[in-house]
Design a protein around this ligand. Sequence first.
Ligand SMILES: CC(C)(COP(=O)(O)OP(=O)(O)OC[C@H]1O[C@@H](n2cnc3c(N)ncnc32)[C@H](O)[C@@H]1OP(=O)(O)O)[C@@H](O)C(=O)NCCC(=O)NCCS
Length: 258
Amino acid sequence: MSMLKKALERGLTPTNIINYASLQVMTRWGRFYGTLRLRCKALFVGVPIGAGVTAHGPVGLMRWPGSHISIGAGVSLISSWRRATAAALATPVRLRTYGPGARIDIGPGAQLSGTSITARSTAISIGRQALLAPNCIIVDSDFHAHWPPEARATEPGMEGDRPVTIGDYAWIGLNCIILKGVTIGEGAIIGAGSVVTKDVPPHSLAVGSPARVVRSLVPDEDRAAAAHVNVHAAGLITGQATGQTTSAVQPQTPQGGE
Ligand SMILES: CC(C)(COP(=O)(O)OP(=O)(O)OC[C@H]1O[C@@H](n2cnc3c(N)ncnc32)[C@H](O)[C@@H]1OP(=O)(O)O)[C@@H](O)C(=O)NCCC(=O)NCCS
Protein backbone atom coordinates (compact mmCIF):
# COMPACT_ATOMS: atom_id res chain seq x y z
CA MET A 1 0.00 0.00 0.00
CA SER A 2 2.85 2.39 0.91
CA MET A 3 4.46 1.63 -2.48
CA LEU A 4 1.26 2.64 -4.22
CA LYS A 5 1.11 5.84 -2.16
CA LYS A 6 4.73 6.65 -3.07
CA ALA A 7 4.04 6.00 -6.76
CA LEU A 8 1.02 8.34 -6.68
CA GLU A 9 3.12 10.99 -4.90
CA ARG A 10 5.70 10.73 -7.70
CA GLY A 11 2.98 11.61 -10.18
CA LEU A 12 2.57 8.14 -11.70
CA THR A 13 -0.94 7.57 -12.99
CA PRO A 14 -2.75 4.28 -12.29
CA THR A 15 -2.31 3.45 -16.01
CA ASN A 16 1.46 3.89 -15.69
CA ILE A 17 1.52 1.64 -12.65
CA ILE A 18 -0.57 -1.08 -14.31
CA ASN A 19 1.59 -0.80 -17.42
CA TYR A 20 4.82 -1.18 -15.41
CA ALA A 21 3.42 -4.04 -13.32
CA SER A 22 2.29 -5.95 -16.42
CA LEU A 23 5.74 -5.49 -18.01
CA GLN A 24 7.36 -6.88 -14.87
CA VAL A 25 5.00 -9.85 -14.71
CA MET A 26 5.51 -10.66 -18.41
CA THR A 27 9.29 -10.39 -18.13
CA ARG A 28 9.58 -12.47 -14.96
CA TRP A 29 7.12 -15.12 -16.05
CA GLY A 30 8.71 -15.30 -19.53
CA ARG A 31 12.16 -15.79 -18.00
CA PHE A 32 10.99 -18.38 -15.47
CA TYR A 33 9.06 -20.47 -17.99
CA GLY A 34 11.61 -20.08 -20.81
CA THR A 35 14.51 -21.08 -18.54
CA LEU A 36 12.61 -24.07 -17.16
CA ARG A 37 11.82 -25.27 -20.68
CA LEU A 38 15.41 -24.76 -21.80
CA ARG A 39 16.82 -26.71 -18.86
CA CYS A 40 14.42 -29.62 -19.40
CA LYS A 41 15.16 -29.70 -23.13
CA ALA A 42 18.93 -29.45 -22.56
CA LEU A 43 18.81 -32.37 -20.15
CA PHE A 44 16.81 -34.37 -22.65
CA VAL A 45 19.08 -33.70 -25.67
CA GLY A 46 22.42 -33.76 -23.79
CA VAL A 47 23.48 -30.13 -23.82
CA PRO A 48 25.49 -28.96 -20.78
CA ILE A 49 24.29 -25.64 -19.43
CA GLY A 50 26.18 -23.44 -16.96
CA ALA A 51 24.86 -21.81 -13.83
CA GLY A 52 22.65 -18.75 -14.17
CA VAL A 53 21.69 -19.29 -17.83
CA THR A 54 18.37 -17.61 -18.66
CA ALA A 55 16.00 -17.99 -21.60
CA HIS A 56 12.99 -15.91 -22.60
CA GLY A 57 10.69 -17.82 -24.92
CA PRO A 58 11.41 -21.13 -26.66
CA VAL A 59 15.00 -22.05 -27.63
CA GLY A 60 15.61 -24.52 -30.46
CA LEU A 61 18.29 -27.05 -29.45
CA MET A 62 18.96 -29.64 -32.12
CA ARG A 63 22.07 -31.71 -31.50
CA TRP A 64 23.14 -34.31 -34.02
CA PRO A 65 24.21 -37.58 -32.34
CA GLY A 66 27.92 -37.41 -31.51
CA SER A 67 28.11 -33.64 -31.86
CA HIS A 68 28.47 -31.11 -29.08
CA ILE A 69 26.58 -28.01 -27.95
CA SER A 70 27.45 -26.19 -24.72
CA ILE A 71 26.04 -23.07 -23.12
CA GLY A 72 28.30 -21.26 -20.64
CA ALA A 73 27.40 -19.80 -17.28
CA GLY A 74 25.27 -16.67 -17.27
CA VAL A 75 24.36 -16.82 -20.96
CA SER A 76 21.14 -15.01 -21.90
CA LEU A 77 19.05 -16.47 -24.73
CA ILE A 78 16.22 -14.19 -25.89
CA SER A 79 13.57 -15.69 -28.14
CA SER A 80 10.70 -13.44 -27.22
CA TRP A 81 9.88 -10.17 -28.96
CA ARG A 82 8.48 -8.98 -25.65
CA ARG A 83 11.91 -9.19 -24.02
CA ALA A 84 14.12 -8.23 -26.99
CA THR A 85 15.36 -4.67 -26.49
CA ALA A 86 16.50 -3.28 -29.83
CA ALA A 87 14.07 -4.90 -32.28
CA ALA A 88 11.31 -7.44 -32.74
CA LEU A 89 12.61 -10.94 -33.46
CA ALA A 90 12.25 -12.79 -36.73
CA THR A 91 12.80 -16.18 -35.07
CA PRO A 92 13.57 -17.77 -31.70
CA VAL A 93 17.20 -18.62 -30.85
CA ARG A 94 18.20 -21.80 -32.64
CA LEU A 95 21.39 -23.81 -32.02
CA ARG A 96 21.75 -26.68 -34.42
CA THR A 97 24.53 -29.17 -35.21
CA TYR A 98 24.22 -31.28 -38.34
CA GLY A 99 26.97 -33.88 -38.15
CA PRO A 100 28.90 -35.97 -35.63
CA GLY A 101 32.01 -33.76 -35.63
CA ALA A 102 30.17 -30.46 -35.31
CA ARG A 103 30.17 -28.30 -32.20
CA ILE A 104 28.72 -25.06 -30.88
CA ASP A 105 30.11 -23.41 -27.75
CA ILE A 106 28.49 -20.33 -26.27
CA GLY A 107 30.92 -18.57 -23.90
CA PRO A 108 30.04 -17.38 -20.40
CA GLY A 109 27.88 -14.30 -20.21
CA ALA A 110 27.17 -14.10 -23.95
CA GLN A 111 23.82 -12.58 -25.00
CA LEU A 112 21.94 -13.98 -27.99
CA SER A 113 18.69 -12.56 -29.31
CA GLY A 114 16.82 -14.41 -32.05
CA THR A 115 20.18 -15.83 -33.18
CA SER A 116 20.45 -18.77 -35.52
CA ILE A 117 23.68 -20.79 -35.27
CA THR A 118 24.15 -23.82 -37.48
CA ALA A 119 27.35 -25.88 -37.35
CA ARG A 120 27.23 -28.58 -39.96
CA SER A 121 30.61 -30.29 -39.69
CA THR A 122 33.01 -27.91 -37.90
CA ALA A 123 32.94 -25.66 -34.82
CA ILE A 124 31.28 -22.35 -34.07
CA SER A 125 32.31 -20.63 -30.87
CA ILE A 126 30.93 -17.48 -29.32
CA GLY A 127 33.25 -15.69 -26.89
CA ARG A 128 32.78 -14.60 -23.34
CA GLN A 129 30.26 -11.76 -22.97
CA ALA A 130 29.84 -11.42 -26.72
CA LEU A 131 26.67 -9.49 -27.69
CA LEU A 132 24.61 -10.68 -30.63
CA ALA A 133 21.88 -8.19 -31.52
CA PRO A 134 18.51 -9.43 -32.81
CA ASN A 135 18.24 -11.65 -35.87
CA CYS A 136 21.87 -12.61 -36.60
CA ILE A 137 22.73 -15.77 -38.51
CA ILE A 138 26.00 -17.70 -38.14
CA VAL A 139 26.93 -20.68 -40.32
CA ASP A 140 30.05 -22.80 -40.89
CA SER A 141 28.94 -24.04 -44.32
CA ASP A 142 27.41 -23.09 -47.69
CA PHE A 143 25.18 -26.20 -47.39
CA HIS A 144 25.30 -26.93 -51.16
CA ALA A 145 28.13 -27.86 -53.53
CA HIS A 146 29.00 -25.04 -55.94
CA TRP A 147 29.45 -27.33 -58.92
CA PRO A 148 27.92 -29.00 -60.93
CA PRO A 149 24.63 -27.04 -60.72
CA GLU A 150 22.39 -30.06 -61.18
CA ALA A 151 23.97 -31.74 -58.13
CA ARG A 152 23.47 -28.82 -55.75
CA ALA A 153 20.25 -30.13 -54.32
CA THR A 154 21.88 -33.43 -53.36
CA GLU A 155 25.61 -32.64 -52.85
CA PRO A 156 26.29 -30.89 -49.54
CA GLY A 157 29.80 -29.69 -50.50
CA MET A 158 31.03 -30.27 -46.98
CA GLU A 159 34.69 -29.98 -48.01
CA GLY A 160 34.19 -26.20 -48.00
CA ASP A 161 33.00 -26.04 -44.36
CA ARG A 162 35.14 -23.84 -42.07
CA PRO A 163 34.93 -23.04 -38.36
CA VAL A 164 33.72 -19.67 -37.11
CA THR A 165 34.99 -17.87 -34.01
CA ILE A 166 33.46 -14.80 -32.43
CA GLY A 167 35.89 -13.32 -29.91
CA ASP A 168 35.31 -12.34 -26.30
CA TYR A 169 33.34 -9.07 -25.88
CA ALA A 170 32.65 -8.78 -29.61
CA TRP A 171 29.39 -6.98 -30.50
CA ILE A 172 27.49 -8.05 -33.61
CA GLY A 173 24.82 -5.53 -34.72
CA LEU A 174 21.25 -6.13 -35.81
CA ASN A 175 20.53 -8.54 -38.68
CA CYS A 176 24.12 -9.58 -39.45
CA ILE A 177 25.18 -12.70 -41.30
CA ILE A 178 28.50 -14.34 -40.38
CA LEU A 179 29.66 -16.79 -43.00
CA LYS A 180 31.94 -19.85 -42.87
CA GLY A 181 35.59 -19.52 -41.90
CA VAL A 182 35.32 -16.11 -40.24
CA THR A 183 37.12 -15.11 -37.04
CA ILE A 184 35.88 -11.93 -35.42
CA GLY A 185 38.53 -10.64 -33.03
CA GLU A 186 38.12 -9.82 -29.37
CA GLY A 187 36.15 -6.65 -28.74
CA ALA A 188 35.38 -5.98 -32.42
CA ILE A 189 32.08 -4.39 -33.50
CA ILE A 190 30.14 -5.40 -36.61
CA GLY A 191 27.71 -2.76 -37.90
CA ALA A 192 24.01 -3.53 -38.30
CA GLY A 193 23.06 -5.41 -41.45
CA SER A 194 26.61 -6.52 -42.30
CA VAL A 195 27.57 -9.71 -44.09
CA VAL A 196 30.93 -10.86 -42.74
CA THR A 197 32.93 -12.97 -45.17
CA LYS A 198 36.51 -12.39 -43.91
CA ASP A 199 38.30 -12.13 -40.58
CA VAL A 200 37.89 -8.95 -38.54
CA PRO A 201 40.86 -7.96 -36.34
CA PRO A 202 40.38 -7.43 -32.60
CA HIS A 203 39.05 -4.05 -31.40
CA SER A 204 38.08 -2.84 -34.86
CA LEU A 205 34.80 -1.67 -36.41
CA ALA A 206 33.70 -3.48 -39.59
CA VAL A 207 30.56 -2.61 -41.54
CA GLY A 208 28.72 -3.35 -44.77
CA SER A 209 28.28 -6.20 -47.19
CA PRO A 210 30.86 -7.56 -47.50
CA ALA A 211 32.02 -6.18 -44.14
CA ARG A 212 35.14 -3.99 -44.34
CA VAL A 213 37.14 -2.65 -41.44
CA VAL A 214 36.54 1.11 -41.25
CA ARG A 215 38.50 2.00 -38.14
CA SER A 216 40.12 0.89 -34.91
CA LEU A 217 38.04 1.19 -31.76
CA VAL A 218 41.07 1.74 -29.54
CA PRO A 219 41.20 5.38 -28.39
CA ASP A 220 44.23 7.34 -29.73
CA GLU A 221 45.82 7.77 -26.30
CA ASP A 222 45.64 4.01 -25.61
CA ARG A 223 47.24 3.30 -28.99
CA ALA A 224 50.01 5.77 -28.29
CA ALA A 225 50.62 4.15 -24.88
CA ALA A 226 50.70 0.68 -26.46
CA ALA A 227 53.18 1.85 -29.12
CA HIS A 228 55.39 3.27 -26.35
CA VAL A 229 55.34 -0.06 -24.49
CA ASN A 230 56.17 -1.87 -27.73
CA VAL A 231 59.22 0.33 -28.33
CA HIS A 232 60.48 -0.51 -24.84
CA ALA A 233 59.75 -4.21 -25.31
CA ALA A 234 61.62 -4.20 -28.63
CA GLY A 235 64.55 -2.52 -26.90
CA LEU A 236 64.59 -5.16 -24.21
CA ILE A 237 64.41 -7.99 -26.72
CA THR A 238 67.21 -6.48 -28.85
CA GLY A 239 69.31 -6.07 -25.74
CA GLN A 240 68.74 -9.67 -24.67
CA ALA A 241 69.54 -10.97 -28.15
CA THR A 242 72.90 -9.17 -28.26
CA GLY A 243 73.70 -9.76 -24.61
CA GLN A 244 73.67 -5.98 -24.03
CA THR A 245 71.29 -3.52 -22.51
CA THR A 246 70.41 -0.63 -24.80
CA SER A 247 70.44 2.88 -23.51
CA ALA A 248 66.72 3.13 -24.28
CA VAL A 249 66.09 0.48 -21.63
CA GLN A 250 68.69 1.22 -19.00
CA PRO A 251 71.33 3.95 -18.88
CA GLN A 252 74.88 2.58 -19.44
CA THR A 253 77.48 3.15 -16.77
CA PRO A 254 80.51 4.71 -18.51
CA GLN A 255 83.56 2.39 -18.79
CA GLY A 256 85.91 2.84 -15.90
CA GLY A 257 83.40 4.99 -14.06
CA GLU A 258 83.22 5.21 -10.32
C1 LIG B 1 28.37 -0.07 -35.86
C2 LIG B 1 27.88 1.21 -35.22
C3 LIG B 1 27.72 0.99 -33.71
C4 LIG B 1 28.96 2.24 -35.48
O1 LIG B 1 28.51 3.49 -35.02
P1 LIG B 1 29.48 4.78 -35.20
O2 LIG B 1 30.73 4.60 -34.43
O3 LIG B 1 28.67 5.97 -34.90
O4 LIG B 1 29.80 4.70 -36.75
P2 LIG B 1 30.72 5.64 -37.59
O5 LIG B 1 30.02 6.94 -37.81
O6 LIG B 1 32.09 5.75 -37.03
O7 LIG B 1 30.79 4.87 -38.97
C5 LIG B 1 31.96 4.78 -39.73
C6 LIG B 1 31.55 4.57 -41.18
O8 LIG B 1 30.86 3.33 -41.30
C7 LIG B 1 29.57 3.56 -41.87
N1 LIG B 1 28.63 2.67 -41.17
C8 LIG B 1 28.36 2.64 -39.85
N2 LIG B 1 27.49 1.66 -39.58
C9 LIG B 1 27.22 1.06 -40.74
C10 LIG B 1 26.38 -0.05 -41.07
N3 LIG B 1 25.70 -0.71 -40.18
N4 LIG B 1 26.37 -0.43 -42.36
C11 LIG B 1 27.10 0.22 -43.31
N5 LIG B 1 27.90 1.28 -43.04
C12 LIG B 1 27.95 1.69 -41.76
C13 LIG B 1 29.26 5.02 -41.62
O9 LIG B 1 28.36 5.52 -42.55
C14 LIG B 1 30.63 5.62 -41.74
O10 LIG B 1 30.94 5.74 -43.11
P3 LIG B 1 31.76 7.01 -43.66
O11 LIG B 1 33.08 7.00 -42.92
O12 LIG B 1 31.89 6.74 -45.12
O13 LIG B 1 30.93 8.20 -43.32
C15 LIG B 1 26.51 1.65 -35.81
O14 LIG B 1 26.68 2.16 -37.12
C16 LIG B 1 25.50 0.53 -35.86
O15 LIG B 1 25.49 -0.34 -36.73
N6 LIG B 1 24.58 0.56 -34.86
C17 LIG B 1 23.59 -0.43 -34.66
C18 LIG B 1 24.00 -1.26 -33.45
C19 LIG B 1 22.99 -2.35 -33.17
O16 LIG B 1 22.71 -3.18 -33.99
N7 LIG B 1 22.45 -2.33 -31.96
C20 LIG B 1 21.46 -3.28 -31.55
C21 LIG B 1 21.47 -3.47 -30.05
S1 LIG B 1 22.52 -4.76 -29.51
